[in-house]
Design a protein around this ligand. Structure first.
Ligand code: NDP
Length: 528
């Protein structure tokens, strides 16, 4: 397909003329603000502009959100759930338009963008179905059985700030916002300045689904200005992005004494055991390492293969990788798309060149492909990589994977755990029980057996997050909802104050309480 120039790239999509300009009008600022250009990695041309919001704009947005939240919190959970279910339906219905916006902003292959679409209705349905029970009052063990009781209630924290990255701009703007809204909070979202339009499109769909005005707002602009201002105003911040930015978010949240969840980077290991099917494992490696051109926090970047399977696995992996079709069409043809921009292309190129200079061997890829797109890079396989080189230790976040032979499962586990990160891992074996046993020994928040990441990510009932430098807190599951509520314990006494009744000597009362405590401890130990 021949490429058109300027914003005419939008005409290659199904989007109507002026669509992106109309989306930008959703951002409210009291006065004129400088514009930030948004460029598409498909052609590196400008496709639109957004206002560079100021700290005052953030204060205004949070204030509006705070007023709207009061009534939303009072609405029954079922009513909030119904809005989110309708939103999930709308995301599915308008998928073609949303896919076009995601592809324009990120340059990713369309079938990788579909994963983003699928995630939103799944998350909506999970929380809509389970939210009532997760948020229901919870009876707990009493201080003195029969004489007292204890119940926990859950109240929304108020306004949640969601700071999201560019790599999965649809999923990651929403996956943290959905449970926050369901819990009765308002949300102010700051998308990455490179990918604001999909967040704006989702804000429109939330409104169409019946979400009251001002409950979900977008503030756009430079992260270093808008991010800290947002953290200073909200009651909780859900951040997804790089580890170094995550540290600054945590510091600021700590100073403000608000809670935060941090979903950060990874250097994810994949372990191919001696009983694995090499063809299946290679198929999984291709899917994991090259989805979204490797710009996926869960993507495997280092693969440890049992000596006995190494040659077969490598042959299958190299064959499948060389067959991948790189391209930028707005349809399901190409299998791998673009990197996000020129800086990121340079960083990926540098990782590979340094690895080769340090003795690594290139088995496939290793070249930029400006003939396909300005920031395209070939899916790349490295072997003989120095374990201390950047590509072996630091997150590359591109279509680059290194493969290492290991002498057995113990070495595979040891090398997998030799990292500051701990986000996601996968284990490949024909024996799922063995896979589970190995998974327990891997220091990562998610370990998938016989799949690179989807079975973990799409299990919306199960928590997802990182160990070590990969983050703090969890999204998905009950944990992903409970982070957005304050727990209050209400305890009542049937016998008045738990103190010596009138006329009972303190000595006798102390003896009685010690005896009672002993009985209680024994009962707790014996009773199921
Ligand atoms: P960044 O940390 O640079 O940016 C993430 C978001 O934070 C952007 O919206 C950015 O805004 C904003 N931001 C920038 N500076 C600040 C600040 N001082 N305070 C608050 N917010 C700020 O990450 P990348 O954009 O480079 O994203 C890639 C990284 O994200 C990778 O390391 C990847 O592994 C990680 N990631 C983790 C995921 C997970 O679930 N664990 C999922 C996806 C990505 P702006 O860019 O507009 O300035």
């Amino acid at each position: 397909m021949s490429r058109t120039s300027g914003s005419r790239i939008v005409e290659e999509t199904t989007l109507k003329s002026g669509h992106l300009e109309r989306l930008a009008t959703r951002i409210e600022t009291p006065g004129d603000r400088p514009s930030l250009e948004v460029r598409t990695p498909v052609t590196d041309e400008t496709i639109g502009a957004i206002p560079a919001c100021t700290a005052d704009d953030v204060v205004d947005a949070v204030e509006r959100a705070r007023s709207a939240q009061v009534d939303w919190e009072r609405a029954p959970v079922d009513q909030r759930a119904a809005v989110l279910e309708r939103f999930g339906d709308l995301v599915l219905k308008r998928r073609e338009e949303l896919l076009d916006v995601v592809q324009l902003e990120t340059g990713k292959a369309r079938h990788h963008a579909v994963e983003e679409i699928l995630d939103v209705p799944l998350t909506c349905s999970y929380y809509a179905t389970n939210g009532t029970s997760i948020l229901a009052d919870d009876d707990r063990a009493a201080a003195v059985p029969l004489a007292s009781d204890a119940t926990v209630t859950y109240d929304p924290v108020g306004v949640v700030g969601v700071i999201s990255p560019w790599n999965y701009p649809l999923t990651l703007a929403m996956t943290d916002a959905i449970p926050a809204l369901l819990a009765g909070n308002a949300v102010v979202c700051k998308p990455d300045e490179r990918t604001p339009f999909i967040a704006l499109a989702l804000a429109n769909l939330l409104a169409e689904a019946g979400l009251p005005d001002d409950l979900f707002q977008i503030v756009t602009g430079d992260g270093a200005t808008v991010g800290p201002a947002l953290i200073d105003e909200v009651d909780y911040v859900a951040f997804t992005g790089g580890t170094e930015t995550g540290r600054t978010v945590a510091e600021r949240a700590g100073r403000n004494l608000i809670g935060c969840s941090l979903e950060l980077g990874g250097k994810n290991p994949m372990l191919v055991l001696d009983d694995a099917d090499p063809g299946t494992a290679a198929r999984g490696a291709v899917k994991g390492a090259f989805t979204n051109a490797g710009q996926l926090c869960l993507a495997p970047e280092r693969i440890y293969v049992d000596d006995r399977r190494y040659d077969e696995f490598l042959d299958a992996l190299v064959g499948a990788t060389r067959r991948l079709d790189l391209g930028l069409e707005f349809d399901y043809g190409p299998e791998v798309g673009s990197l996000i921009d020129g800086d990121h292309l340079e960083s990926v190129r540098e990782h590979v060149e340094r690895a080769v200079a340090d003795g690594g061997s290139l088995l496939s890829g290793g070249r930029a492909r400006p003939d396909v797109g300005p920031f395209c890079y070939e899916p790349t396989i490295l072997t003989d990589v120095d374990p201390d080189s950047r590509v072996a230790c630091e997150e590359t976040f591109g279509p680059v994977v290194s493969v290492h032979p290991v002498s057995g499962v113990d070495e595979a586990i040891e090398r997998a755990n030799d990292s500051e990160y701990g986000l996601n891992a996968s284990v490949w074996t024909t024996d799922r029980e063995r896979g589970r046993a190995v998974a327990r020994q891997i220091d990562c928040g998610t370990v998938c057996v016989n799949d690179p990441y989807t079975v973990g990510w799409a299990a919306t009932d199960a928590p997802m997050g990182g160990f070590g430098d990969s983050g703090l807190g969890r999204r998905h599951g009950p944990e992903g909802l409970r982070r957005y509520v304050d727990a209050r314990t209400i305890a009542t006494s049937r016998i008045g104050p738990l103190d010596a009744p009138p006329g009972v000597s303190p000595r006798w009362f102390a003896r009685f309480m010690l005896g009672l405590t002993n009985v209680q401890r024994r009962l707790t130990r014996w009773l199921p």
